[in-house]
Design a protein around this ligand. Structure first.
Ligand code: CNA
Length: 386
């Protein structure tokens, strides 16, 4: 569903130890490591200065140029928002904001899609989202699409939190890797959304490029057929971005304008393992606070690059971190926690309740219409129940 993946291991693993090996608890061992660190620091500065990459963050912070949070913590971010410092919040989301709706992500061990694709007998799990494989064998994708079809799920608290950010006049744009359309269902206006990996909202014939609407695609998928073009008989594919395809032009045109203006970046439910989406985190201004809400740390800077004072990515744990905050846990809980602290907690939970009730009602009405339109579906449903 995207153009490339940074590496098969996903996000950088956290550094597990201080650098002292298990057998080196002696004083000599410690000193040796300290000496090594001193030497590395000297080389780091020398190289970074020569190459023009050296950023003296402590100096910038002490001069008050860079530090915008009173503390690099959730409370620091809350204070920053409450003090009226941000009007251009960008949210970046991944599959983790939709798992509580019942849509599996890719990489979560056990529940993630990549762990549950055996029945499709694929050469490898990613093949189901690779354009070359799809062109040769589209059936596995459409079987999976039926299982995960958008419209069968309700947006989560996280989706409504993003809508609330917009209604409070704080949201510049929401960038999503998800193709489930739940941001639209949650009522976020289309102009606020960048669907970086495309959407099920429209589809096109791979041969003659004829466009089809979501309702047409839904009919095809639910009748268990591979959708073919009414004009030329080519295979019709939903406009989601497969590995090996380009991202939508809107992704590039919007991020050019948006990220330099960003005054708070919130990343929700993503392993930040898919490029070029993942590297958007480095397009915000240097002082811009970045808050990650995820079950695990993601997008962290490579350790060697950190030592060299170069590179990009999140920097949660270093002494001179002044803007990156990780809140580890479930997205919905994190969004509710943020809303509570901002004084919008009740508004968010009421919004979720009311919207879910509205969607349930609409689905019931739609289901009874379908029963009238497709009596065979009704019979099938009845015989299933007996
Ligand atoms: P991913 O690589 O599967 O990572 C998901 C991340 O979210 C992991 O770090 C998880 O630990 C974390 N996570 C899962 N559930 C929760 C939760 N409830 N609360 C907090 N954290 C959670 O998925 P990414 O989105 O990073 O990767 C991008 C891929 C996934 C894109 O190409 C998408 O198109 C694709 N995808 C989208 C959907 C969808 O549309 N809902 C579903 C599955 C995959």
């Amino acid at each position: 569903m995207a153009s490339s993946v940074t590496d098969g291991d996903g996000p950088q693993k956290e550094e597990s130890a201080s650098g002292v090996s298990s057998g080196s608890s002696s004083k000599a061992g410690l000193q040796r490591n300290n000496e090594d660190e001193g030497a590395v620091e000297m080389i780091r500065r020398y190289l970074a200065e020569k190459l023009g990459f050296y950023e003296d963050k402590k100096k910038e912070v002490s001069e008050g140029k860079a530090k915008v949070l009173t503390e690099a913590s959730v409370d620091g971010v809350i204070k920053y928002i409450q003090d009226g410092n941000c009007k251009n919040v960008i949210t970046m989301a991944g599959a983790g904001i939709s798992t509580s709706a019942g849509i599996p992500d890719f990489r979560s061990p056990g529940s993630g899609l990549y762990h549950n694709l055996e029945k499709y007998k694929l050469p490898d799990p990613q093949a189901i989202f690779e354009i070359g494989f799809f062109q040769r064998n589209p059936q596995p994708f459409f079987t999976l699409a039926k299982e995960l079809y958008p419209g069968s799920f309700k947006p989560t608290t996280s989706h409504y939190f993003i809508r609330l950010l917009n209604e409070k006049g704080l949201l510049r744009r929401h960038y999503t890797q998800n193709i489930d359309t739940l941001e639209r269902v949650a009522g976020l206006p289309a102009e606020k959304i960048v669907e970086a990996h495309g959407t099920f909202h429209t589809s096109h014939c791979l041969e003659c490029k004829q466009e089809y609407e979501i309702e047409w695609m839904k009919e095809q998928i639910f009748s268990d057929s591979v959708p073919t073009c009414e004009k030329c008989n080519g295979v019709v594919k939903p406009d989601i971005v497969f590995f090996g395809e380009n991202l939508p032009t809107r992704f590039f045109s919007c991020n050019e304008k948006d990220f330099s203006k960003c005054d708070l970046l919130i990343i929700l439910g993503s392993s930040l393992a898919v490029q070029p989406f993942a590297s958007l985190i480095d397009r915000v201004p240097k002082e811009c606070p970045r808050l990650l809400i995820n079950r695990e740390k993601a997008g962290q800077r490579d350790r060697l690059m950190t030592l060299l004072g170069m590179g990009s990515g999140m920097d949660f744990d270093s002494d001179d971190n002044f803007r990156d905050v990780a809140w580890l846990g479930d997205c919905d809980e994190g969004c509710q926690m943020l809303s509570d602290k901002l004084g919008w907690g009740d508004e968010l939970s009421t919004l979720v309740k009311e919207e879910h009730a509205r969607i349930d009602k609409e689905k019931k009405e739609e289901a009874s219409k379908r029963k009238i339109k497709y009596p065979s579906e009704k019979k099938r449903a009845e015989s299933k129940n007996h």
